[in-house]
Design a protein around this ligand. Structure first.
Ligand SMILES: [Zn+2]
Length: 366
């Protein structure tokens, strides 16, 4: 299965220079090709009909000779512009055939969707958090590791608003939909104390670094609110808050990836609560805790990974009393409060509150 992961780059000034030139050369080559294959004679007929082979001939015999500086960067940077333009023409021909608005391929403009691609494994490689590109002497640092294990098939570098990104396409078998070793079913209770408790007794503790960052954020926000509007100090405090927000977002993402990876790799059927709604209407403190772990994101991740791995996700109805029901006898305890960490039932069951909820979810049938 081919999956893409887009990661921000941290290029040095020299590396930025290479990336900028590569984007520029690719755009130049693309525009040269488009110009050549769009020329018309006096009667309005195309002089050179587009075909990939003809484009390749023109590229080798004319463009590369005329513009020797193409070779400053990986030769594939400009060579791959042929494929890109071929795609644009294919779409154009298809739309013409279907009687849609044709949308003839357009010239690329500077600083608008600047990008280039390397589609040949020997022209680049990814190792830990670094990316090598042909003809660039040093490895570019990546902000994150590639999320999927497997062979990197192609990389597309793009530049947006002064930032550089690499979209890395990986051939991975981590999402094997026919995995036979998975267990049948699990209930996942997303909680306050721990991030999640599973019906098989495992639990994912709340991320300590995340908690620390959240405390820090609250302090910084308080400080910010006290600063005079328009002052330099306020600007600095604001920047601090933004940076903390960013770190928190990344940590939440990391935690959500861990949990969603685990449950979708290990179980065929995953039952989760419809907490999005429930948390918001029921309890402010609870909804705060849920927002802290980013439940919406967690649910989204579980759902998309389940799709890839061919598992079933069941969202329990929000009126399902997963916490209040005894997982042993089915009695419902109406007076259970959020403070009760242990569920004690008249039938003799005494069990961790979150585990009780996870067990009930595991048995949930819609
Ligand atoms: Zn009971």
């Amino acid at each position: 299965m081919l999956l893409a992961h887009k990661i921000e780059l941290r290029p040095t000034p020299e590396q930025k220079d290479y990336l900028d030139r590569a984007c520029g050369h690719r755009r130049h080559c693309y525009n040269q090709l488009l110009d050549y294959f769009s020329q018309k004679d006096e009667s309005g007929q195309l002089v050179n009909k587009w075909s990939k082979a003809a484009a390749y001939q023109y590229y080798i015999n004319v463009l590369r000779v005329k513009f020797p500086w193409y070779s400053e960067v990986s030769s594939r940077v400009t060579r791959n512009a042929i494929d890109d333009l071929d795609n644009a023409f294919k779409h154009f021909f298809r739309r013409c055939k279907n009687g849609e608005k044709p949308g003839y391929p357009r010239f690329k403009k500077r600083d608008r969707k600047d990008s280039f691609a390397l589609r040949e494994a020997e022209k680049f490689d990814v190792e830990n958090r670094t990316l090598r590109i042909e003809k660039l002497g040093s490895r570019i640092e990546l902000r994150q590791k590639v999320r999927f294990g497997g062979k990197c098939k192609q990389v597309t570098i793009s530049k947006r608003a002064g930032k550089y990104y690499a979209s890395i396409l990986v051939e991975t078998d981590e999402y094997d939909p026919k995995d036979v070793n998975r267990q049948p079913s699990v209930g996942v209770d997303v909680g306050i104390k721990s991030l999640a408790t599973l019906s098989n007794g495992e639990s994912f503790p709340a991320s300590q670094p995340l908690k620390k960052e959240l405390r820090k954020l609250r302090k910084e926000q308080k400080k910010l609110s006290r600063k005079v509007v328009g002052s330099n100090r306020r600007a600095r405090a604001k920047l601090k808050v933004q940076k903390t927000h960013f770190r928190i977002a990344r940590q939440r993402q990391a935690v959500a990836h861990q949990l969603s990876d685990y449950v979708t790799k290990t179980f065929d059927r995953i039952v989760i609560e419809d907490l999005n709604v429930k948390g918001m209407i029921k309890n402010r403190k609870l909804s705060r805790a849920i927002a802290d772990v980013g439940f919406g994101m967690l649910r989204q991740m579980i759902e998309y990974k389940a799709k890839l791995r061919n598992c079933v996700v069941v969202i329990a109805n929000r009126f399902f009393p997963s916490s209040k029901m005894c997982s042993s006898c089915g009695q419902i305890k109406q007076d259970l409060t959020l403070k009760d960490r242990v569920y004690n039932c008249d039938c003799g069951l005494s069990i961790d509150r979150d585990l009780n909820a996870a067990l009930n979810l595991n048995r949930y049938s819609s």
